[in-house]
Write a protein that binds this ligand. Structure first.
Ligand SMILES: C[S@@+](CC[C@H](N)C(=O)[O-])C[C@H]1O[C@@H](n2cnc3c(N)ncnc32)[C@H](O)[C@@H]1O
Length: 305
């Protein structure tokens, strides 16, 4: 299709990393069909209004607006999420956090009777909380917080669209502040906090730097501002049998281990790497002194699934 070829060429000149793929995704969005269908209907002429709409989307992509903001959608955990410029576009590496969370919840369910409480701090479009909800039953209650009311509107929209609104309670506020009165109640705290260091901003791809919300990215001077707070406050909100799983940035492992040794409030931790081999998820269990006589070797084994 000549139109696709020209669009891909234009995007390539603008420095877009996968120009042909993006052109196809945007054309199938305009035509309301699947990407594969573009090839089945390659000899079908497009209407003028379809060509105009496609050109406008290609112009936006040429200004480096992410495809997900242009189409308003992103797949995560095989679920379709609505996204807009108020929320981070969920990343594939965050699925590791979901995978570990679900494994931990299933293990806990086998071991203990009664309801399980999960907290997702900084939920954005609701990706983590809703993916967990989609894989668990009503015995697992999920609270998701965000400081941004605009992000929570998107999360609420996604909860309804996925028919999971009865499973996730959305609360607005800074980190744990909307949860006062629930200290010690959560069996799992999960978070993908903002973790980009200030010095890294200039080097980010324009799609991220110029379009994704600063609030979702900015982790302070060293990128560890929110991670530090979560490590400091996490144990207070966890049930003694609970765990906290955090997504962290590249190069964070060493400085985080320094913080953990200083804090001395986490008994055990371990790291899981993403597909690129970067330590990406930190799994933590509260210190044994808060947990009585739990066998620490067993706990480490649990953590590693
Ligand atoms: C990296 S994004 C993660 C979004 C989503 N959980 C995901 O993984 O796709 C971080 C989120 O934390 C939220 N956030 C930033 N500062 C916060 C704070 N002080 N308290 C709670 N949430 C905060 C942002 O609005 C954003 O939605």
């Amino acid at each position: 299709m000549d139109l696709l070829q020209r669009a891909a060429q234009f995007l390539s000149q603008k420095g877009v990393p996968n120009p042909r793929l993006d052109a196809e995704v945007l054309l199938s969005h305009v035509l309301g069909c699947r990407r594969i269908d573009l090839y089945l209907r390659h000899d079908q002429p497009l209407r003028d209004d379809e060509i105009d709409s496609f050109r406008e989307l290609i112009r936006r992509r040429g200004r480096r607006e992410p495809v997900a903001y242009i189409t308003g959608q992103k797949e995560f955990w095989s679920l379709t999420f609505t996204v807009n410029s108020a929320v981070l576009i969920p990343r594939p590496e965050t699925e590791l956090l979901v995978e570990l969370s679900i494994r931990f919840i299933r293990r806990l369910r086998e071991e203990k009777q009664g309801p399980i409480s999960v907290l997702d701090v900084g939920t954005g479009c609701g990706a983590i909380a809703l993916a967990i909800a989609s894989e668990t039953d009503e015995g697992v209650s999920i609270v998701a917080t965000d400081v941004s009311s605009e992000a929570l509107k998107v999360a609420s929209q996604n909860a309804s669209a996925l028919n999971l609104h009865h499973r996730v309670c959305l609360l607005q506020g800074d980190l744990f502040s909307p949860l006062v009165g629930s200290q010690g109640e959560f069996h799992l705290i999960v978070s993908n906090p903002p973790y980009i260091a200030r010095s890294e901003f200039a080097g980010l791809p324009p799609e991220v730097r110029d379009f994704e919300p600063r609030l979702a990215l900015d982790g302070g001077e060293d990128g560890l501002h929110f991670i530090r707070s979560l490590l400091e406050e996490g144990p207070l909100w966890l049930d003694p049998t609970g765990a906290m799983f955090l997504e962290v940035g590249e190069g964070h492992k060493a400085p985080i281990e320094v913080i953990l040794r200083e804090l001395d409030s986490w008994g055990h931790w371990s790291w899981e790497s993403d597909l690129a081999g970067t330590p990406r998820v930190l799994s933590l269990r509260p210190s044994a002194k808060d947990k009585g006589t739990v066998n620490t070797i067993q706990r480490q084994a649990d953590l590693n699934g």
